[in-house]
Design a protein around this ligand. Structure first.
Ligand SMILES: [Mn+2]
Length: 428
């Protein structure tokens, strides 16, 4: 029996609408240390996006290496398998690999190649030992793959996706060969950082993996010999192919769309070369994400009223104050709007992260007015600025512009016409 922790998408060093997430990450890692002590896994699989960006802050790096050191000190036999995600600087992540190897930590950021540039599939394979010190599983540790990383398949209909599949085929075959030669009965598992077809994305924080619309892989990318596939990239926990392939999700919500994801790590049991159990370990949330209103949007007055009625848990340290996302109806140009929201929040234990303007619902009978009208050069020169302002404001807000707005426009037009008395034909 071998136990693994599957985690991914830590995004250490993330700033969230200018707020630092370090405290939340620190709490997660403290919790992970207690989970290690309680469950005593043989290995941790960390499937990419260790850091939030390719140039993580010193504090984010300190947080990461401090955790590795503490985990190793408490559990010297614990093995780590860490791969790079699309947010990581692949070569930089694995730069200290030789040093980390002394702590039972394997880091694979880039695709291993020989001096001639030929991919070396066997170097993806990392043996994992059980509590008795015997190799009981082999991890095929594949990082996020860019188009230049995969075997060249010029004749393929989609060289990138088929190249990824070919790379998993080669690496899994190397693991099978090693198992048959030296570790009969060992389970073979894989790591990956990719977007699988049918997977549910949050769209806000995962950063689409480019490549012309064909970014989603199919489950058959992962050969049948793989007892379990530990994926990163999608931040919502989900399973594919009957639970053999799983995203464990991110440990903290990285955008408001992820606030109800039920963040967790997965505890995996392997027995007799097969997957025998998957148990989610829920991660206690540190700071909540609050959307006001809970759905849709409100006008300013209704919103201020709702803010005034909010009751917050008192005595929380500022690092645990809820993040707030406000959805407000765009009732018209209003330079005081943000100030009034800020004022309403003064003294409340909350961190305003984002104010989103939602368009006013359009009158259903008004739908024809949006039809495109052909515009010629002659049309443009004949446009009257006042008329244009009037029509634009009416279209957007269903009301004519305020007198003050019209006066401001006239002031600008007047200043322009008097500043350039000789320019061009007679001013209109
Ligand atoms: Mn990610």
């Amino acid at each position: 029996m071998l136990h693994l922790f599957h985690t991914a998408d830590w995004h250490l060093g993330q700033t969230f609408h200018d707020y630092d997430r370090d405290y939340e990450h620190a709490r997660f890692l403290d919790w992970l240390l207690t989970a290690l002590a309680e469950h005593r896994p043989d290995a941790i699989l960390l499937a990419g996006d260790v850091f939030d960006n390719v140039n993580p802050s010193a504090q984010a790096q300190r947080r990461f290496y401090d955790f590795l050191n503490r985990a190793h000190a408490a559990h010297p036999q614990l093995q780590f398998v860490i791969t790079a995600g699309n947010h990581d600087a692949a070569a930089r992540l694995e730069a200290p690999a030789a040093l980390l190897a002394a702590l039972n930590i394997s880091v694979i950021g880039t695709v291993p190649r020989d001096a001639n540039g030929v991919i070396e599939p066997a170097r993806f394979v990392i043996p994992l030992k059980n509590a008795a010190g015997q190799v009981e599983a082999l991890a095929v540790a594949v990082p996020f793959l860019r188009p230049a990383d995969v075997p060249l398949l010029p004749a393929a209909a989609d060289p990138y996706l088929e190249g990824i599949k070919e790379l998993y085929r080669l690496a899994t075959a190397a693991a099978v060969a090693l198992r048959d030669e030296r570790y009969p009965g060992a389970a073979i598992v894989a790591l990956g950082h990719c977007h699988l077809a049918g997977g549910e994305a949050s769209t806000e924080s995962e950063r689409p993996l480019i490549i012309g619309g064909s970014e989603a892989l199919k489950a058959d990318t992962f050969p049948a010999e793989l007892a379990y596939v530990a994926l990163g990239h999608l931040h919502k926990p989900q399973s594919i192919d009957g639970g053999r392939i799983r995203y464990c999700g991110s440990p903290i919500p990285l955008s408001f769309s992820e606030k109800d994801y039920g963040h967790r790590i997965l505890r995996i049991a392997l027995d007799g070369g097969l997957l025998s159990a998957v148990e989610p370990l829920p991660i206690p949330p540190t700071a909540s994400l609050l959307r006001i209103p809970s759905r849709g949007a409100l006008g300013l007055e209704a919103l201020l009223e709702q803010i005034a009625g909010l009751v917050f848990e008192a005595e929380l340290p500022v690092e645990q104050h809820p993040f707030l996302e406000i959805h407000i109806l765009d009732e018209g140009p209003d330079p005081t709007r943000r100030h009034r929201i800020d004022t309403a929040l003064v003294g409340k234990p909350v961190r305003l992260a984002s104010v989103k303007l939602a368009p006013m619902p359009r009158d259903a009978t008004d739908s024809a007015s949006g039809a495109a009208v052909p515009v010629t050069l002659a049309d443009l020169t004949s446009l009257d600025p006042e008329r244009l302002l009037h029509d634009t404001v009416v279209e957007k807000y269903q009301n004519p512009p305020a007198p003050a707005l019209l006066a401001a426009l006239r002031e600008i037009l007047l200043a322009e016409s008097t500043a350039q008395p000789t320019a061009g034909p007679a001013a209109h």
